[in-house]
Write a protein that binds this ligand. Structure first.
Ligand code: FAD
Length: 292
């Protein structure tokens, strides 16, 4: 019997990953697994660990480029209710990492809890936002995290407490294979004040992002004290194209993907952007987007 045959319809073999990502690019994964329960999830992680099978977790693929050749091993999706619940107790919000960041923000705001509203307009799941410490100059998700429940590489649940956690520029030291739930500590505030900050953040973010109908990805981290978008724009890269991949004209730190584009086009455009900024300004841009 092949590995995971006993798990039935939660496993899809040779499943194309492109439809599960924002850029809609890239090849298939050997096994896409969507567990329904925490027990199924632990079983999958344990077997991957025991058999040395590569294991990755997919959120909504907003920060992800899958190579054209696809990936080996297992990709997990935590889309079932066991992984998407959000609960409020006093000033604490507890969320499954499969929940959408935007649902988390709504629940917090409805309960007059402040902090997360400045993340409005950032697409993706709580798990993806945590792993990438999503945010911007006005704040990031990491600053509100109290503790995170993870599965370690043997599939055993563990808690990572605030004092062990580090959140930096679009990065964290949370390197366990699966992030499961997270607790946020928030402060009560007036509904009007929360709504006002949310509106302001929304307007600012939407003004910079590529248009809603475009498949697009944010590419580089902001170097310390600098804006990647500004460097890329000043290097004359806006609207530069490689194959079907193009630097957005609204914000040069986004790549927009046109019909017929491949992941190879995006990777080549990223190399060009990086080398042009290095030549012009002597600044080495670091990739923000995850490449599988
Ligand atoms: C239009 C647009 C605008 C954006 N604006 C911003 C912005 O303003 N600020 C910002 O910081 N980012 C921004 N991003 C990037 C992106 O929205 C965030 O990084 C987002 O939080 C990623 O979530 P996701 O669920 O799509 O993660 P994915 O892209 O699916 O995954 C990202 C990484 O997280 C890992 N991961 C996801 N879930 C889990 C889990 N449960 N356990 C372990 N690992 C996990 C994946 O393995 C991968 O390494 C933007 C992206 C787009 C396309």
């Amino acid at each position: 019997m092949a590995l995971f045959d006993d798990l039935g319809d939660i496993v899809k073999r040779n499943e194309p990953l492109a439809p599960y990502t924002f850029l809609k690019l890239g090849g298939p994964v050997e096994m896409l697994v969507q567990p329904r329960t925490r027990e199924q999830l632990s079983t999958v992680v344990q077997r991957c660990f025991d058999d040395g099978i590569p294991l990755r977790v997919l959120g909504t693929g907003c920060n992800l480029l899958v190579r054209d050749e696809g990936v080996s091993g297992v990709v997990l999706r935590l889309t079932e209710p066991a992984f998407t619940q959000i609960a409020v107790q006093g000033k604490t919000v507890r969320a499954g990492t499969g929940a959408a960041v935007q649902s988390l923000i709504s629940v917090a705001a409805r309960n007059n809890l402040a902090g997360l509203e400045t993340l409005v307009g950032i697409p993706g799941t709580v798990g993806g936002a945590l792993r990438t410490n999503a945010g911007d100059r006005t704040g990031d998700i990491g600053q509100f995290v109290r503790r995170v429940e993870v599965l370690d590489s043997a599939g055993t649940p563990q808690f990572r407490e605030r004092d062990e956690l580090r959140f930096e520029n679009r990065a964290t030291n949370l390197d366990d294979p699966v992030l499961l739930t997270v607790e946020f500590g928030l402060d009560p505030d007036q509904p009007d004040a929360i709504l006002k900050r949310m509106r302001k953040a929304w307007i600012q973010r939407k003004a910079a992002q590529p248009l809603g109908y475009q498949a697009a990805g944010r590419v580089f981290k902001n170097p310390r004290g600098l804006q990647a978008a500004t460097l890329l724009e000043q290097a004359g890269l806006a609207r530069t194209k490689v194959g079907g991949a193009e630097v957005s004209d609204r914000d040069s730190n986004y790549i927009v993907v046109h019909p017929g584009a491949t992941s190879r086009d995006v990777l080549r455009l990223m190399d060009l952007m990086k080398s042009r900024v290095q030549e012009r300004f002597g600044v080495e841009l670091e990739r923000e987007i995850t490449v599988w």
